[in-house]
Ligand binder design. Structure first.
Ligand code: NAD
Length: 258
């Protein structure tokens, strides 16, 4: 049986360490035959990225701080030179200042709001625009981002990141509308809570994990591999009729009313 992503080239952004959802996406995609270039934020994470890349045959790494448009351009130039195009892009980037991830949302300052929305939401629009010429060269493509239930409903402590995820999810729909005629699909995976570096910054995260484990229809926490597999489904031909959607991979927790 042919592999799901045989011959495809993919860009996966946001690997910090082996717990990162981006790493699960990269390993699922490589297992299904894709060639991957994954990005890390900067020097601090370079060693981690190198060690992980060494375990994934054929993968490449590149530094990219999403607040630096010149670095995004450098990634796209590199892809143009090495692959001459791009089939899929997976955006796994989010950040908010630690003081904005505790207490009440109402105290969020303009600077913290702009930081969280810029890095966690606007970056998807920037990347989609920059990747567009590369995907057009392939006759289309798939873009996937990662979101959380806190973008739909209030999750105490998630605060400005919930507002950023709401903006991200709205961006998915507008981008899907803009890029659909070019045969480029844009979707989001809404993952249940997973113990990663970013998640540990959210106050009360351990309690959220426990609550979800006890209440979700499938009574366990989400595994990063489940998110990786759902994401590559969205990158593959199997999901060719799906765009502008948010797909929950959370053991059903989001269907609950209380
Ligand atoms: P993670 O900490 O492993 O990944 C977050 C990544 O964002 C890191 O690699 C970090 O370097 C990167 N990043 C932050 N600022 C950046 C910048 N300026 N430029 C480039 N990269 C930057 O955590 P994760 O949980 O794997 O997060 C990946 C995505 O999944 C995020 O969008 C997160 O909101 C989302 N998500 C996570 C969970 C969870 O419970 N872990 C649940 C739902 C959605």
């Amino acid at each position: 049986m042919p592999k799901l992503l045989e011959g495809k080239k993919g860009l996966v952004l946001g690997i910090a360490n082996k717990r990162s959802i981006a790493w699960s996406v990269a390993t699922s995609a490589a297992r299904e035959g894709a060639e991957i270039l994954f990005t890390y934020q900067g020097e601090r994470l370079e060693q981690n990225a190198k060690e992980l890349a060494a375990t994934l045959p054929g993968s490449r790494i590149f530094a990219c701080d999403i607040t630096r448009e010149d670095q995004v351009d450098a990634v796209m130039d590199h892809l143009e030179k090495t692959w001459g195009g791009l089939d899929f892009l997976v955006h796994c980037i989010a950040y908010a200042k630690s003081e904005d991830l505790e207490g009440s949302y109402v105290k969020t300052k303009k600077d913290g709001f702009e930081t969280a929305l810029g890095i966690s939401a606007y970056s998807l629009t920037l990347l989609s625009r920059k990747a567009l010429p590369l995907m057009e060269k392939r006759g289309g493509g798939s873009i996937v981002t990662l979101t959380y239930l806190g973008g739909d409903r209030v999750t105490p402590g998630y605060n400005v990141m919930g507002v950023a995820k709401a903006a991200l999810q709205a961006s998915v729909k507008y981008l899907a509308y803009d890029l659909g005629p070019k045969n480029i699909r844009v979707n989001a995976v809404s993952a249940g809570p997973i113990n990663t570096l970013a998640a540990r910054g959210i106050s009360g995260f351990t309690e959220i994990m426990k609550y979800v484990r006890e209440k979700a229809p499938i009574r366990r926490n989400t595994e990063p591999e489940e998110v990786g597999d759902a994401t590559i489904f969205l990158c593959s031909h199997l999901s060719r009729g799906i765009t502008g959607e948010v797909i929950f991979v959370d053991n059903g927790f989001n269907i609950l009313g209380c």
